[in-house]
Write a protein that binds this ligand. Structure first.
Ligand SMILES: Nc1ncnc2c1ncn2[C@@H]1O[C@H](COP(=O)(O)OP(=O)(O)OP(=O)(O)O)[C@@H](O)[C@H]1O
Length: 321
C-alpha cells in the first residue's frame, strides 16, 4: 500500500492511497495532546508506512505457524452461572473447547442461555459464576477483570450494541486500539497513523468515513451497529471473537460484507465463536463445529450438517438424532 500525506491545513488531512483512492478526514479537536502530532517533524511517509507494516505483520507471520495449529484457546468446563440480582441459575454446566483456528457456532432455542454464556465469558457484571472453570490462552479467565479479558485478546460483539453518547467512534477505536498495543508492548499510534490504519478496515465493512466522527452507535440503524461492531473487531483484532447474532437485522448485502470482514479477520491462530439462529450465516462463515444449547447446557456438538437437520426438522429433530 502506498500513500502520501498532504501538508496539514488546520485540522483537515488528505491521505492518498493510490491515484484513484484518497481519504479526507478531520482530526477531532477534543484532545489537545494530539495537536503535537499535526506538525510532527518526524512524521514522514516512511514512518507511517513502517508503522503500518508493524501493525499488519504479526498476524501474517503468526499464520505461518502451521505446526502450532489446533492449540487450545478456550476451555470451558462445567461452567455454571446465575443472574447476579436474582440468583436464578442460567448456565447449568457448560462444556466447550475451542482451539486456535476454529470457527464454532452455537445454536439453540430462545432463552437457552447462548447470550448468557458469551456475556459470562467477557465478564458481564449481571452474572455470577458459581462453578466450573474457564481457561483462555492457558490462564484462568474468570480471575480477570472484563478489561483484562479484552486486552488478553477476547472480543465480543453484542446482540444489541450499546450507544456511547458523547464519545465519537474514531476516538473510541483509537483509545481501545492503543490500549491493546500498550498491552502487547508496541508503541502507540498517533492520530494520523491511526487514520491510515483504519481506512482499509472501513472499506472492508463498506462503512462511510462519516461514521467515524459520529458518537458510538448513536442513531445508527441496526445494520450499521452490526457493521460497526465488526469494524471494531477488524481494528482491534482478537484471538477469540464472540459474535452474538451478528446476522440479525442485516440485509443480504450487509450480511455478505460482515461475513467477508469476519473471514478476513481469520488466521490459523485466531478463532470465532458465533451465536446464530440461521443457517444462512453459516453459508458465509463456515463453522468447524456447531453446538446446540438447551436449558443452560451444550447438549449436542457436530459438523455443519446439524444446521440442515435443524432447519428442516426444528430442535425436536436434533434431540431425536
Ligand atoms: N440479566 C437478566 N435478567 C433476567 N433474566 C435474564 C437475564 N439474563 C438472562 N436472563 C434469562 O436467562 C435466559 C437465557 O437468556 P439468554 O439471553 O442467554 O438466551 P439466548 O439463548 O441467548 O436467547 P435468544 O436466542 O432469544 O437470544 C432467558 O430466560 C432470559 O430471560
Amino acid at each position: 500500500m502506498r500513500f502520501s500525506l498532504a501538508p496539514p491545513v488546520h485540522s483537515t488531512f488528505k491521505l492518498t492511497f493510490s491515484p484513484s483512492k484518497s481519504f479526507v478526514f478531520t482530526l477531532p479537536a477534543i484532545r489537545p495532546l494530539r495537536l503535537r502530532y499535526y506538525n510532527h517533524p518526524r512524521l514522514s511517509l516512511s514512518r507511517v508506512t513502517a508503522t503500518l507494516s508493524a501493525v499488519e505483520s504479526p498476524s501474517k507471520s503468526s499464520s505461518d505457524g502451521q505446526n502450532e495449529k489446533n492449540r487450545p484457546l478456550l476451555q470451558v468446563t462445567d461452567l455454571t452461572a446465575v443472574i447476579a440480582e436474582t440468583k436464578q441459575e442460567i448456565l447449568k454446566g457448560v462444556n466447550l473447547s475451542v482451539n486456535e483456528g476454529e470457527i464454532h457456532a452455537i445454536m439453540g432455542k430462545n432463552g437457552s442461555g447462548k447470550s448468557t454464556l458469551s456475556k459470562v465469558l467477557v465478564g458481564h457484571p449481571d452474572y455470577e459464576v458459581t462453578g466450573g472453570s474457564v481457561v483462555f490462552k492457558g490462564e484462568n479467565l474468570l480471575e480477570m477483570e472484563p478489561e483484562e479479558r479484552s486486552l488478553a485478546g477476547l472480543f465480543m460483539s453484542f446482540q444489541s450494541p450499546v450507544e456511547i453518547p458523547g464519545v465519537n467512534n474514531i476516538d473510541f477505536l483509537h483509545m481501545a486500539y492503543n490500549a491493546r498495543r500498550r498491552k502487547l508492548g508496541q508503541p502507540e499510534l498517533g492520530p494520523i497513523e491511526f487514520y491510515a490504519y483504519i481506512y482499509p478496515k472501513l472499506e472492508l465493512v463498506s462503512m462511510k468515513t462519516d461514521f467515524l466522527n459520529r458518537n458510538v452507535n448513536e442513531g445508527f440503524s441496526g445494520g450499521e451497529r452490526k457493521r460497526n461492531e465488526i469494524l471494531q473487531l477488524a481494528v482491534l483484532g482478537a484471538d477469540l471473537a464472540i459474535l452474538d447474532e451478528i446476522d440479525s437485522g442485516l440485509d443480504v448485502d450487509a450480511l455478505r460484507d460482515v461475513a467477508r470482514a469476519v473471514n478476513g479477520f481469520l488466521t490459523p491462530k485466531n478463532s470465532v465463536l458465533m451465536i446464530t439462529h440461521y443457517r444462512r450465516l453459516l453459508e458465509f462463515i463456515k463453522p468447524t463445529f456447531i453446538h446446540i444449547m438447551d436449558d443452560g447446557r451444550i447438549i449436542k456438538t457436530g459438523d455443519v450438517s446439524i444446521a440442515t437437520v435443524l432447519e428442516e426438522g426444528g430442535y425436536k429433530a436434533i434431540t431425536e438424532t
